[in-house]
Each structure stands twice: as C-alpha cells, then as structure tokens.
Design a protein around this ligand. Structure first.
Ligand SMILES: *Cc1c(COP(=O)(O)O)cnc(C)c1O
Length: 353
C-alpha cells in the first residue's frame, strides 16, 4: 500500500515557514557569537548555560541512533512524549474536521491532546483480554480519520498488543499509526522501530522517562519516516529540549549497562510481586505484564488504595476506568518497597475490611 504522507498533512502545516533561529542560520565554528542576544559573560552557575542549545539535538540523536539502530534523521526528540503526541496532532489533524481513534483503557494524554486541539475522538475499546478489536476499528475509520493511537505495552493494562493485529492496521489504514512504546524495555515483545522502512505511515514513540530513569528531564522520542520527522521539526518550538536535558541525557545514554541491569531486576521483581499478589485473598486477578507495573483486580480497590495511602504507599486507583473495574495499577518498586507493599496488604487482609 502506498500512502502519500504529504496529502495527510494539514494545509497550513504544509505551507508553514518555520522560525529560523540564530543557531539555524549560522552553524559553523567561530570564536565570537554576537548573533543571539545571549549574555556573553556567562551564567551565574557552575556550568555555562548562557548559549542557546542545538535546536535539533544532533549529538543526542547520534547516540540514540547508535543504541537503537535507526539513523538520526529518522529521530525526533520532544520535551517528553507528551510534546510528541501534541505535535503529531498539529501536523495531521484539522480542528473541528478530522478525528482520531484511541483504544481504551489506555494512556490519558491521547484524549487530552485531542481535546486541546479540538479533534473528535473515536473510542474503540480493547477486547476483555485487552487486545485490539480489529472489526470495530475498521468500522470506526472514515475519510477524516488521521491517526490511530496504539499503546504497546499498554498503560494501564500492562500487556503488549498482538503484533499481527498491529500489522493489519499498518497494512490497511490510510492514515498515521502511532505506536507508543514507553514500556518497550520491559517487554518480551519486539519494538516496531525496525519496521520504519516498511511503513511510511508509522510513528513509534519511546521515552527516557521510564526504563532510562530520566522522567524529570523530559526527553521523549519519535521514530518515523524522514518526511514525518521533518514536519515535526518544523512545528516544534525552536529550543524544545533544553541544554541541561540534552547533556544529561547524553551522559545517561553512556550508562546502558546500569539501565539494563535495572530492567532485568524490575522484570524479576515484577514476576515475584505478581506471584505474591496472586496468593492474597483480596486479589481477584493479576493481569500479565510486559511493563514496569502490574494491573491487579481486587475486592475493594478504594478501601485498599486509602489504606495504602495511610501507610505512605501510593498506587494508582484505576477502578473507575472501563474494563478496569476493581483494579489498582502498581508500579514495580525496589525489592524493599515491594516487600513493604506486600506486608501492608497482608495486614490489610488480616484485619478484615
Ligand atoms: C509514561 C508514559 C509516557 C511517557 O511520557 P513522557 O512525556 O515521555 O514522560 C508515554 N506514554 C505512556 C503510555 C506512558 O505511560
């Protein structure tokens, strides 16, 4: 199937002349920079932050390219994945005209971003085993459906979506398929990042906020065709990823071994915690997880949530969400934290609520 990405873009975005920053207009080596109205004396800090950062974050992208095996020109970096989501909306969706599809229960930002951009949202719920409902998806698509958001492994359910189902969408949908892989490092399943050459309408999102342990720095990534990456670069604020985040992220990417060790330990803890939770009478079901959290169906989600809060342990109450009735979402902590959680739940069960 051939897709003309240009034709999917909003007219105003196609015509957009992006802001040209001082850093865009002169890129060579020089010793005196008097072009950006920066403070030439420095910053009142131990490190110098007086110069504007690289708008396209090339050093960071080159390193990510090495790790991921995807050329740097196919990488977009956002101020968190949330910025990536918003920019995809602004690239493709005409407010008040177009629509997008999400598959709840899923990550809340797809919906919020749709509302901010005044884009109609079509909900095609996952099946009870949290997989895609392909027939319902096919029915939901019309000529104005620009994006389908998939989250795999999915938040809050924790499972990965079946690869074959995603491929059906990639092969048949004439809009953009966004696959949010925020939790891919914890998954048994392969990323779609290597399929970019196969599918020009694929956008894969990843983030440094989860396995990489850099949530505070706000570094989100999108991997896509150069056509889409170029358009996203046109839309983003010129300096969307600050210098400190670029430098620290680059430094962190040198610590792959540490991150991999944490991933292995998190996955081990996930399986231990899942088994221990299953044994508790107040737990009705532990859903299998490919992420760093587990969705747990309980007898009394609100009571348990409040009891844990009183013990200083915060989990996420997802019990009011469709298909997640009774459920708490529990992030995998350190072994010590997980032990304390289990101890608290054991006491809760013992004093009979
Ligand atoms: C945590 C999370 C993200 C990460 O968002 P950032 O803005 O990069 O921190 C993205 N998608 C999903 C589904 C998440 O759960």
């Amino acid at each position: 199937m051939t897709i003309d990405i240009e034709q999917l873009l909003r007219e105003n975005i196609k015509k957009l002349v992006p802001y040209s920053s001082a850093r865009d207009e002169f890129k060579g080596e020089a010793s005196i920079f008097l072009d950006a109205n920066e403070n030439a004396f420095g910053s009142p800090l131990p490190s110098a932050y007086n110069r504007y950062p690289d708008p396209l974050q090339w050093k960071l992208k080159e390193r990510i390219a090495e790790i991921k095996g995807v050329p740097a020109e196919h990488i977009f970096i956002g101020n968190g994945s949330d910025e990536v989501i918003d920019i995809v909306y602004r690239a493709f969706c005409n407010p008040g005209v177009d629509n997008v599809i999400i598959c709840p229960p899923t990550y809340g930002m797809y919906e919020v971003s749709a509302n901010i951009n005044d884009i109609a949202l079509r909900r095609v719920p996952l099946t009870p085993d949290f997989q895609l409902n392909l027939e319902a998806l096919e029915e939901a698509v019309d000529g104005h459906t620009k994006l389908i958001f998939l989250c795999s492994p999915n938040n809050p359910t924790g499972n990965a979506l079946r690869r074959g189902d995603i491929e059906v969408l990639l092969n048949n949908f004439k809009g953009i398929v966004v696959i949010d892989e925020a939790y891919i490092n914890y998954s048994r399943h392969k990323s779609f990042i290597q399929e970019l050459t196969e599918y020009p309408n694929l956008v894969v999102m990843q983030t440094l906020s989860k396995a990489w342990g850099l949530a505070a720095l706000r570094v989100g990534m999108a991997f896509s065709s150069t056509v889409i990456v170029d358009v996203m670069n046109k839309i983003k604020p010129p300096y969307n990823v600050n210098q400190a985040s670029q430098e620290l992220a680059l430094q962190a990417l040198g610590n792959v071994d540490q991150v991999n060790a944490w991933i292995r330990e998190t996955v081990r803890e996930r399986e231990t915690l899942a088994a221990a939770l299953t044994a508790l009478p107040l737990v009705l079901h532990v859903y299998p997880s490919d992420a760093n959290f587990i969705l747990v169906k309980t007898t009394d989600p609100r009571g348990i949530y409040q009891y844990l809060v009183d013990k200083g342990i915060i989990v996420r109450d997802r019990s009011r969400i469709e298909l997640c009735e009774g459920c708490l979402r529990i992030t995998i902590g350190t072994p010590e934290e997980n032990r304390e959680l289990l101890e608290a739940l054991g006491v809760y069960a013992a004093v009979a609520h």
